[in-house]
Ligand binder design. Structure first.
Ligand code: PEP
Length: 245
C-alpha cells in the first residue's frame, strides 16, 4: 500500500513544521501502526524538501512535486533531478493534470522527465486521467491508454502510476467503485506497475476505494493537508494491510 500526500502550493515553513510535529506524534504513539516509510510518501513544496528529508525521512519518504526535463542549464526557477538526488529525494510526481493544464506540459516533455528520473534512480509517480467530457463520451479508456504511451515498456522499471480523473481532483466527486475498478484493471492489464487512485480521496471514502484489489494506494491532495485527516486515511490503509497478513 502506497499513500502519497501532494501538498501542492500549500504550507509555509511554520505550517510544515507544525504538521510534522503532530503527525509524527500520531504515528509514533500508535502501537497498531504498521506502515513504513515505503508506504507513506509526502510531497511538500520545494523550499521544504531538504528540511523534510533531514527531519522526517526515517519515518516517511519525501517526494518532489516536479522536476525539470534537462539535466542542468539556463532554466531560471527550475529544479533538476541531480539537485533532488543530492538531498536524498527518491520520488517525483510527473504529469499531474495541474502541470499539464497550467504549465502546458506535453507528452514529449513528460517522457523526458520520466527517463531522466529513471536514469538517476528516482521513482516517477506518473499521473494520468480523463476529463469529464472524455468520460461522458465513454472515451476514457482510450484517452488513458494514449496518455500512458509515455511509460517506457522495456525492462523492469521502478515507476508508480496514479489514476487521477481530472474532474475528481479537488471537486468532492469520485468515480463509482465500478468505474475505479474498470480503469485500474485496464491499466494493470497494460503495465505490471502499482496503480494508485487520486481525486477527492478522503477519510470517508478511503476504505471503499483502497480495499479494491486493483488499487495499490492513493494520491491525496486536500485531505492530506491536515494531519488528522491524513492520519485517518493512513489508518484505513494500515487496517487493510493488517487484514492481509
Ligand atoms: C491531487 O491533486 O493529486 C488530488 C488528488 O487532489 P484532491 O485529493 O484534493 O482531489
Amino acid at each position: 500500500m502506497i499513500i502519497v500526500a501532494n501538498w501542492k502550493m500549500n504550507k509555509d515553513l511554520t505550517e510544515t513544521r507544525l504538521f510534522w510535529e503532530d503527525f509524527e506524534n500520531k504515528i509514533t504513539l500508535d502501537s497498531d501502526f504498521l506502515l513504513q516509510k515505503e508506504n507513506i510518501l509526502i510531497a511538500p513544496s520545494f523550499p521544504f524538501l531538504h528540511h523534510f528529508q533531514t527531519k522526517c525521512s526515517e519515518k516517511i519518504s519525501v517526494v518532489a512535486q516536479n522536476c525539470h526535463h534537462d539535466n542542468s542549464g539556463a532554466y531560471t526557477g527550475e529544479v533538476s533531478v541531480k539537485m533532488l538526488n543530492s538531498i536524498g529525494v527518491k520520488y517525483v510526481i510527473i504529469g499531474h493534470s495541474e502541470r499539464r493544464m497550467h504549465f502546458n506540459e506535453k507528452d514529449d516533455i513528460l517522457k523526458k522527465k520520466i527517463n531522466l528520473c529513471l536514469e538517476n534512480n528516482l521513482c516517477p509517480i506518473v499521473c494520468f486521467g480523463e476529463t469529464h467530457e472524455d468520460r461522458a463520451l465513454n472515451n476514457h479508456l482510450s484517452v488513458i491508454e494514449h496518455q500512458l504511451n509515455i511509460i517506457p515498456v522495456e525492462g523492469n522499471k521502478k515507476i508508480i502510476l496514479a489514476y487521477e480523473p481530472i474532474w475528481a481532483i479537488g471537486s468532492g466527486k469520485t468515480p463509482s467503485i465500478k468505474e475505479i475498478e474498470e480503469v485500474h484493471s485496464y491499466v494493470k492489464g497494460l503495465y505490471n506497475l502499482p496503480v494508485l487512485y487520486g481525486g477527492s480521496l478522503n477519510e470517508k471514502n478511503a476504505n471503499d476505494i483502497l480495499c479494491l484489489p486493483e488499487v495499490d494506494g492513493g494520491l491525496i491532495g486536500g485531505a492530506s493537508l491536515l494531519s488528522d485527516t491524513f492520519f485517518s486515511i493512513l489508518k484505513v490503509a494500515n487496517n487493510i494491510m493488517r487484514s492481509k497478513i
